[in-house]
Design a binder for this molecule. Structure first.
Ligand code: FB9
Length: 499
């Protein structure tokens, strides 16, 4: 391997040769004449061409090159030839031959059998017998001829390709001639005026390199917002523009009372067992529930009221006192609506929340045991399902989802309830983009909200839109220890649909 000589010498050598010979017809042979690798000369050619000191013309050629396996066969013979050579006149067992030939055994057996060079004794499939005295190792010849750059028939090429013994290699080299800016010695352009230049005074005859105003500056190592926080901010701005106020969600730990009971979700509802919900061991139970309100919630669960017949089961206080990791930010909505109901006179409100919720669910490509729930609610007199559909149209159109469809659904705390679907132009399909409904009177009236006040609400996740907007397929790439920072750095928010 030729040791690396300074680019300067290679450049000087090339310019001198061009100056005398006027051209270089084949950069490969010129490189070997300089005793440098073609790659080294290529670097100099590229830089001189950039300044039109030399003009280079690309010459390309595709050649078949042997794979490492093929090089072995060219050297030691084809696997089938090696196999036959390894079989003594009395034959040999497969294991013996395998031991001798290693990974060439299988290929060798197949090819030797195909060439009818070997056979087996009746009823003894293990003993391999030679059927030919000596063999003409065509394959080895062909590989050798290719190795020497000889041309071989297409049929041979196809054979070798089929046996994955050759691959196509594109090689490129250059013919060179003087360029319009040709000089015998390139003046090294100064890039800085240094004290040395000033002291020596040679700055006077220095030629300075032009400023490259197009040069990219040093990338600034700056912070990047996590994609979830980017989209959270976008959605927060939509809510604020629509006159919503954020609810305080700074409590992951919640009591079953606010997370379920106050939402009129019965205590034997499947979501309330540890298969779906993370309950706390310590502190296992809350001590701070508003007594009078709790009594009303107990009544409405046990025997109804407000026009409802309730669930008619024996409601247990200790079940409601169990602490858990909130399963939805609707628990916070419940607290805020109860608080709102205590404020007299009643004032309409628009609230939103975007924060973590926890569900003891099977983790898969789009689900983790925790995600960020986005929730919006409007509390006001005489609100209808039409108002809900209207505000959903506004909200989702700001997210770029203009075509919505609504499918009746069921939630223990809303009636009627609707799943929301949007036609996603990029994915060319209807995507479920959330859930919604009108909170039940059994939830609102025990709080003390005035008759005629309705609450329309909806919810969705933050992860799903973020995955779609960033084109992230697996939620683990978005959230958790496996997040790839480069994705965050290099993957700008595609403002698809976002106003
Ligand atoms: O986010 C969801 N889908 C979605 C949202 C936006 C989006 O944007 C793209 C840029 C174009 C794409 C997809 N979903 C809700 C729908 C599904 O993903 C669903 O399979 C998973 N859901 C989560 C719950 O999973 C158990 C998403 C999460 C969800 C579901 C319901 C609510 C909140 C989050 C709710 C509610 C609610 C209902 C009534 C009253 C108050 C709150």
């Amino acid at each position: 391997m030729t040791e690396k000589s300074p680019a300067g010498d290679v450049e000087a050598g090339l310019l001198a040769h061009l100056n005398s010979a006027g051209e270089v017809s084949d950069s490969r042979s010129f490189a070997s004449s300089l005793g440098v690798s073609h790659a080294e000369l290529e670097g100099v050619i590229k830089s001189l061409s950039a300044f039109r000191i030399v003009d280079s013309t690309d010459i390309t050629k595709e050649t078949w090159v042997l794979t490492e396996e093929a090089k072995g066969y060219a050297a030691r013979g084809s696997p089938e030839a090696q196999l036959v050579a390894a079989i003594p006149p009395e034959g040999a067992s497969k294991d013996a031959l395998k031991a001798k030939l290693g990974e060439a055994f299988d290929v060798g057996m197949k090819a030797a059998a195909r060439n009818k060079w070997i056979g087996f004794e009746k009823g003894n499939k293990d003993l391999v017998l030679r059927k030919v005295e000596n063999v003409k190792d065509e394959l080895q010849d062909q590989l050798k001829r290719l190795e020497n750059g000889e041309v071989v028939p297409d049929k041979v090429i196809d054979d070798l390709k089929r046996r994955k013994l050759i691959t196509k290699e594109k090689s490129i080299w250059y013919s060179l001639k003087k360029g319009p800016e040709f000089v015998i010695k390139r003046k090294t352009l100064a890039t800085d005026v240094t004290t040395e230049h000033l002291r020596s005074g040679d700055w006077k005859d220095l030629e300075f390199k032009d400023y490259n105003y197009g040069a990219q500056g040093q990338p600034i190592a700056k912070g990047y917002a996590h994609p979830l926080l980017e989209v959270r901010e976008e959605i927060q701005n939509i809510f604020i523009k629509m006159g919503f106020t954020e609810m305080p969600t700074n409590n992951f730990v919640e009591s079953s009372f606010w997370n379920f009971d106050a939402l009129f979700q019965p205590q034997q509802h499947p979501a309330r067992d540890s298969h779906d919900t993370f309950f706390l061991n310590a502190p296992a139970a809350t001590k701070q529930l508003p007594e009078d309100y709790l009594e009303k919630v107990k009544q409405v669960h046990q025997s109804g009221g407000y026009g409802s017949k309730g669930y008619g089961y024996d409601w247990k206080r200790d079940e409601a006192e169990k602490n858990l990791l909130r399963t939805h930010t609707t628990a916070v909505s419940t607290r805020m609506l109860y608080k709102l109901a205590q404020e007299k006179p009643f004032a309409p409100k628009r609230y939103y929340s975007i924060d973590r919720v926890f569900r003891n669910e099977a983790v898969d490509r789009t689900h983790l045991a925790e995600f960020h729930q986005i929730e919006g609610l409007i509390c006001d007199y005489g609100l209808t399902l039409g108002d809900l559909i209207g505000v959903l149209e506004d909200f989702f159109s700001s997210l770029g989802m203009s075509k919505l469809r609504f499918k009746p659904a069921y939630n223990p705390y809303t009636e009627p309830s609707m799943e929301i679907f949007s036609y996603h132009d990029g994915l060319k399909k209807w995507v479920e983009v959330g859930n919604s409904g009108m909170f039940r009177p059994e939830m609102l009236l025990p709080m003390g909200l005035p008759d005629g006040v309705n609450v329309i609400a909806w919810g969705l996740s933050l992860e799903r839109p973020t995955m779609i907007l960033y084109g992230i397929d697996n939620i683990r790439d978005l959230f958790g220890p496996k997040v790839d920072f480069n994705l965050i750095k290099s993957n700008p928010l595609c403002r698809l649909g976002l106003q």
